[in-house]
Design a protein around this ligand. Structure first.
Ligand SMILES: [Zn+2]
Length: 92
């Protein structure tokens, strides 16, 4: 890769994820310009949980799956917050 090329890469679409605060960039893997790919995928799973397409255990599995895929530790506190948000939305 030429130097010209890498400079172009580093300047394009870099932003900070609003959920986890990691610096990220658009790679076309599910980022939406606010969140990194990992958080976007977790929020997608959260929406399925809200829709009733999966239960809490299914949601936990999806979060664990994406965290593993992006080499991030599973954060129980974060998971509980995501579940609490859903429960608030559904008024359980
Ligand atoms: Zn993130």
């Amino acid at each position: 890769m030429s130097r010209e090329n890498s400079r172009f890469q580093s300047g394009s679409g870099v932003y900070k994820c609003e959920h986890c605060g990691r610096r990220t960039r658009e790679t076309g893997q599910g980022e939406d310009g606010r969140y990194c790919a990992c958080c976007s995928l977790i929020f997608e799973a959260q929406n399925s949980f809200v829709d009733g397409a999966m239960d809490e255990e299914g949601f936990r599995e999806m979060v664990a799956h994406w965290k593993k895929r992006y080499r991030r530790p599973f954060d129980e506190d974060e998971f509980q917050k995501l579940v609490a948000e859903v429960k608030r939305m559904l008024e359980w």
